[in-house]
Design a protein around this ligand. Sequence first.
Ligand SMILES: [Zn+2]
Length: 530
Amino acid sequence: MRERLYLFDTTLRDGAQTNGVDFTLSDKLAIMRMLDELGIDYVEGGYPGANPIDTELFSAPRGLNATFTAFGMTRRPGRSASNDPGLNALLQAKADAICFVAKSWDYHVRVALETTLEENLASIRDSVRAAKSKGREVLLDCEHFFDGYKANPSYALACARTAYEEGARWVVLCDTNGGTLPHEVASIVAEVVRAIPGEHVGIHAHNDTEQAVANSFAAVRAGARQIQGTLNGLGERCGNANLVSIIPTLKLKPEYAQAFDIGVSDDNLKRLAHISHELDERLNRAPNRHAPYVGESAFATKAGIHASAIVKEPATYEHVAPERVGNRRKLLVSDQAGRSNVLAELDRIGLKVSKDDPRVARLLDEVKEREAIGYAYEAADASFELLARRMLGTVPKFFDVTYFDVKVEQRRHNGSGSEMLTTAVVKVKIGNEMLINAAEGNGPVNALDVALRKDLGKYQKFIDKLKLTDYRVRILNAGTGAVTRVLIESEDETGEHWTTVGVSPNIIDASFQALMDSIVYKLVRSGAEA
Ligand SMILES: [Zn+2]
């Protein structure tokens, strides 16, 4: 019998503290969906009441399979639970669970909180009770637990116990400063689980000694049954425990795989590399080539003495099979490994094609050529699907853009500054019909988009409700010079989301390609006929 081990993701809360990372609402919604589809048990969305985006995120139920969790502080010292606006915002949030954070280091209670040790315990008790009475599942993050435990074990434990005895589902031991070492985590967690059953104990590790993942496993070995972490180890300073490293270790290393079940299926594990890269693309960060399991170099071996051995028997130089996490053996990219990735993608899209079909090899070559010049198909699912469908001959010729023109003008006004005017003109040929659309926009890409979608004749009804929800630009150095990559995310009336990509030395051209793919994708999905 395997025990259930729970995964709690805090990318959208603790990960939002990463230097240079600023999540928009659409980022948060998209990442939430990614985590949910992956099979994460708890998705912590943020801190309702603390900023407008998080407040908006928690203004409606999000319909996840995962337990959608709001984060916030226990009631302030010296106030009643009903008279604390922060706590009330948290209780109003449309969340399945509430994760409270409370101090568990006596020194911090006195110095930072300026209150008594007893009042801090009362605040934990009252807050857990208030959330329970609203029907929420409750977690308590015990801040600075390990440092607190070293300073005053009975008080740190009293904080955790108070929450547990009041009915909190989980007490989470946080290594807030990230300086605790694995053997210390192991011995402290072992002592905690004598007082609180391990199936109610979680670990929240930071990476300041580069041991957040090791600390998480040390806690699990000592009895904890929930791991908190973030995608790609995002987080303040050196980051949080990286779930992208933890998940495959739990699934593929026999010690853990035989002892525990997690919510991530074998099939979803194969999407892990894709998910990790998709997040980086969204944040406009270059993926870490050397990331364990999912990095481009994680299974790359330089040709030489190892190469022939790997060809004969991959297991000789690989600790796990790269396909299990959706990665590939770098040495062999042009053959079986790349091919099976493409076949898996085609299968996911629902395109039936036999594995020996020569078009599969052609598609793989095309993808590789295009990725070499800057296209990013892992981040642009819809553009990949169109490329595949075109190669298999199943995309109708809907319309042709025979001409477009974008004009940006600065108009000076006498004495009152200037304004920017942007206009676009697009000529579209549909069958024998020629349509000319003109539009103004708040910038060249917007004007082009509005003109393109203003009148598409008989196709207009399919794209009326299409919305662009995100637009991201990255300058890449590929080949001979700098090129621009544009990723556009779209949404339709059914709530479906898709991403398309365009690449060109010219940003307008790159944007045009991505816009065209988005419209054509929508027409294909709607079953429009040529
Ligand atoms: Zn943290």
